[in-house]
Ligand binder design. Sequence first.
Ligand SMILES: NC(=O)c1ccc[n+]([C@@H]2O[C@H](COP(=O)([O-])OP(=O)(O)OC[C@H]3O[C@@H](n4cnc5c(N)ncnc54)[C@H](OP(=O)(O)O)[C@@H]3O)[C@@H](O)[C@H]2O)c1
Length: 251
Amino acid sequence: MKIVVIGGSGLIGSKVVKELRARDHEAIAASPASGVNTITGEGLAEALAGAQVVVDVANSPSFADDAVLEFFETSGRNLSAAERAAGVKHHVALSVVGTDRLAESGYFRGKIAQEKLIRAAGIPYTIVHSTQFLEFLGGIAQSGTQGDTVHLSPAYIQPIASDDIALAVADYALGEPLNGVVEVAGPEKVRLSDLVQRYLSATHDPRKVVSDVHARYFGAELKDDTLVPGANPRLGKTGFDAWFSQSQAVR
Ligand SMILES: NC(=O)c1ccc[n+]([C@@H]2O[C@H](COP(=O)([O-])OP(=O)(O)OC[C@H]3O[C@@H](n4cnc5c(N)ncnc54)[C@H](OP(=O)(O)O)[C@@H]3O)[C@@H](O)[C@H]2O)c1
């Protein structure tokens, strides 16, 4: 099959492309770096010609509230128009577990808008809801940093390694459209504030985590289970310790 991966140069996109090629499919890594831009429309029709499946794992270059909403709305509209014109049979998108519970957050209002457009587009689809990537722990720490301390909610997360989510996305791209949401999570359910402290200690980062039930996660206050999946998610195999030692070995 010809499968176009929008955001194919990114953390997840590059791994999805590799996995699909390893399974003998024609996977195209499409992003501004290769002349395909879902905001301007540049290169989109050419990239999608003859494609059966589109996987959207792009992300907004800016996390400012208005910029994220503008990115996912414009990108979603341009993408669905181009997919209709090309006769694409399956649209697969990567979103976040709990997105519908996170409307207080500007970033997640962008993801809610992206999902709404997908449901309305009339193209068979699968929305893959992932938990936080283990690779994103540093970014989460950064988002809560105030001087020498990091203010984070003690709500639960069940983070996943990027290798495991990329494998799941490749599987869903090769499967039938589900016209719904599937959830994918890591093997361990832990408190966000505890895990980030573990990550900072393991990387010899002197910042200390302050656990605060009111600390906002990208603008949203969390309940204990806001970021964790419901019953029967697909589970990745890599927990924090295995991921951390692998990621240190790669350095
Ligand atoms: N971080 C998490 O914990 C988490 C959890 C669950 C789901 N997600 C979702 O996972 C997805 C992928 O995240 P990621 O961390 O892999 O992203 P990433 O590494 O930041 O990569 C973003 C990709 O988007 C592309 N892109 C940016 N602007 C574009 C445009 N105008 N047209 C086409 N492509 C464009 C980039 O292309 P260039 O390199 O060419 O600029 C890059 O390939 C996101 O949708 C995010 O919401 C994230």
